[in-house]
Design a protein around this ligand. Structure first.
Ligand code: CO8
Length: 615
């Protein structure tokens, strides 16, 4: 795992020091990295010239002092034994800089427990990578009781820079994904042991129920029965009787043999019963995770989608199944466990209210007078489907009603702003349905454009198609130097429909807009700045700070004047010059009727700073 982490960090541009206890082990680690990189080149995922660059950034050593003395971040991936970790942490105390952050890649030892052995528990947290660490997009970022906000934010940002999709996790046995996945394996073994069905039937029921390519027994054979057994034991030790490894799993582990199920017949009459038990286990545990504050519903589902390749996460599955029926399934399962598994109270509440789980793909957070919108569907590069548009619509309503928010900043989770409308959803649409979708997309973007507060697009990565059109509906665009913008619709056989054919020519002129739209070319942020599509390009780690600086300069001015100026520019742009000028007379006259105008002019004459009240 360590070599995969080193590779991921080096590919993201970090200088890496990779340490192991012997020269053979570090050489083997470098060998694995070279192999992975060459495979990446063969698959066209990595440019050949990048290989040397990545390798040159990784220095190997067997001496801990050399490895960590200049490190900003140390990630340990040593053997999962608390004594081994304890010894390592005491060595780190001696050689690390005091400001260094230490992270553990543990999957089975608690972050709180390990923090006791570190010198600065506030600077310690978990970075749980998934295999293969260099490629797998998922990472669980674990907050211990003593992990500081700064450390946690730094670990989240580090994960994002690695191109990972980080889940925010509170320390708890198995974190989020293993907490429901390993019991899914264990419950399959328990059903076998109880004679509920044979392996082939359980395998088939799981494949159909969770829409996965491999069922539990094939998965255990693939990833290792000892891993499943040890992981279940960890859950049992931390969480109690329900999680005890089944006898069937234990004896298979002790026998050291893979599961055999070739030649077994699938018994169709038992499929439903098996599925209900697997649903009961995974859905019930998912609810507990959220009730205990270990993970959000959204992150739990994302973990299942990305880490396990399920077609839907547990919460989305419950909604599709029907919340009342899902509740009955989990209740039936809980009753069958003789009190070992507690029924989820939150699921009972949802069923009582007949309300499916509410999950949002768009986050709104408030910091001072800023409303920060984050498009949060990183598994699909934040592509806009009907649900995302509806979530954005709801967030716009909340912002409209919130007088504390003076400036809005909109950005994307991960390495993408928004990679366009969702192609998978659009594929199925008839012309009528496409018309409806286009109308809805335009309506939501128009509501954003018409907000009576300045909106800044913080374009952090891909802003393509509908994503570029979303940025165009904002008042200003600040882009990270890593961002790429474009309207590639014609390469899909359609053309921009969320306002691109209208707003882009108005912003950059018809000829340039035609060039971008007709070619579908994707352009880097600097070029977008040159042609006037982007206001400013900034280093990626300064993107939000730059947007806030710009926002703060606006917030210091007369709020009513800014609002009226936005209206004059937006509405005036749709009129003839004469009508626009007439409209400007109205807005500026209105500005003269405000207290802000008296305050602004008085402050100028008195040589003091104005104190605008927005009236
Ligand atoms: N829709 C759905 N899924 C997407 C989209 C998208 N627009 N973009 C990326 N994804 C998904 C990928 O399918 C992939 O999912 P999975 O892992 O399950 O295969 C995941 O996001 C990661 O993407 P990639 O593996 O492709 O990531 P790369 O880094 O290799 O490539 C790119 C990144 C270059 C951005 C590439 O993903 C891409 O080309 N995406 C499509 C961009 C595009 O064409 N956008 C325009 C869409 S059309 C549009 O916006 C129309 C607007 C309104 C018209 C209304 C008419 C009805």
């Amino acid at each position: 795992m360590g070599s995969g982490i080193a590779q991921a960090a080096s590919q993201a541009g970090y200088k890496v020091s990779m340490m192991d206890t012997s020269q053979e082990l570090v050489d083997a680690g470098m060998g694995k990295i070279k192999k992975m990189l060459n495979k990446g080149v063969e698959r066209g995922k990595i440019k050949p010239e990048k290989v040397e660059e990545v390798l040159s950034k990784i220095k190997v050593t067997t001496e801990i002092k050399v490895a960590v003395e200049n490190a900003e971040l140390v990630i340990e991936a040593v053997f999962e034994d608390i004594e081994v970790k304890k010894k390592l942490f005491s060595e780190l105390k001696e050689f690390c800089k005091p400001e260094a952050i230490i992270a553990s890649n543990t999957s089975s030892l608690g972050i709180n427990k390990m923090a006791e052995f570190t010198e600065f528990p506030g600077k310690f947290g978990g970075l749980h990578f998934f295999n293969p660490a260099a490629i797998n997009k998922l990472i669980e970022v674990v907050r211990g009781e003593k992990t500081s906000h700064e450390t946690f934010d730094a670990l989240m940002n580090f994960s994002r820079r690695l191109g990972k999709i980080p889940l925010e996790i509170k320390d708890s046995p198995g974190f989020a994904v293993n907490r429901f996945f390993v019991p899914f394996l264990n419950e399959s073994c328990r059903m076998l042991e109880e004679g509920v069905a044979n392996k082939a039937t359980i395998e088939e029921a799981a494949k159909r129920g969770f829409k996965i390519g491999m069922g539990p027994f094939a998965l255990m054979n693939f990833t290792g029965i000892p891993i499943a057994y040890h992981a279940e034991n960890t859950l049992y030790e931390g969480l109690g009787e329900f999680y005890r490894p089944s006898e069937a799993l234990k004896s298979q582990f002790e026998a050291g043999k893979p599961w055999e199920f070739e030649g077994e017949e699938v018994d169709e009459s038992k499929i439903e019963a098996v599925q209900k038990r697997l649903f009961g286990t995974t859905w019930g545990i998912a609810c507990h995770l959220v009730e205990e504050g270990v993970a959000s519903k959204e992150d739990t589902d994302r973990g299942a989608l990305l880490g396990l390749r399920w077609a839907q996460g547990p919460f989305e599955m419950m909604n599709s199944y029907g919340i009342n029926d899902a509740c009955k399934v989990v209740q039936g399962f809980a009753l069958s466990t003789d009190g070992k598994f507690n029924m989820s109270e939150s699921l009972l509440d949802q069923a009582r209210m007949k309300q499916p789980w509410q999950m949002s793909t768009v986050k709104l957070s408030k910091q001072d007078r800023f409303g920060l919108i984050t498009m949060c569907r990183p598994e699909a590069l934040n592509a806009l489907n009907t649900k995302v548009l509806s979530d954005l619509d709801n967030v716009i309503t909340r912002i409209k009603e919130d007088d504390d928010i003076g400036v809005v900043i909109i950005t994307g989770e991960g390495n993408s702003f928004v990679a366009g409308a969702d192609i998978k959803e659009m594929m199925e649409k008839s012309p009528m349905a496409a018309r409806e979708f286009t109308r809805y997309g335009q309506q939501v973007l128009k509501r954003l454009e018409d907000l009576d507060k300045p909106v800044i697009a913080a374009v952090n990565g891909f802003a393509l198609g509908g994503g570029c059109e979303l940025a165009l509906a904002c008042d200003m665009i600040i882009a990270s130097e890593k961002a790429k913008l474009g309207l590639p619709e014609v390469s899909l056989g359609i053309h921009p429909g969320f306002g691109g054919t209208q707003r882009l020519p108005r912003l950059i002129g018809r000829a340039k807009a035609k060039e971008l739209i007709f070619t579908g070319d994707m352009i880097p942020a600097k070029e977008a700045e040159r042609i006037g599509l982007v206001n400013k390009t900034v280093p990626s780690d300064q993107l939000i700070t730059e947007c806030k600086d710009l926002g703060a300069r606006i917030l210091a001015r007369g709020p009513v004047a800014v609002r009226l100026a936005k209206s004059a520019i937006n509405r005036g742009g749709e009129m003839t010059l004469d009508d626009g000028l007439a409209y400007e007379i109205e807005t500026v006259s209105l500005a003269f009727s405000t207290e802000d105008k008296s305050e602004g002019m008085d402050a100028f004459i008195s040589k003091r700073k104005p104190d605008f009240k927005g009236k």
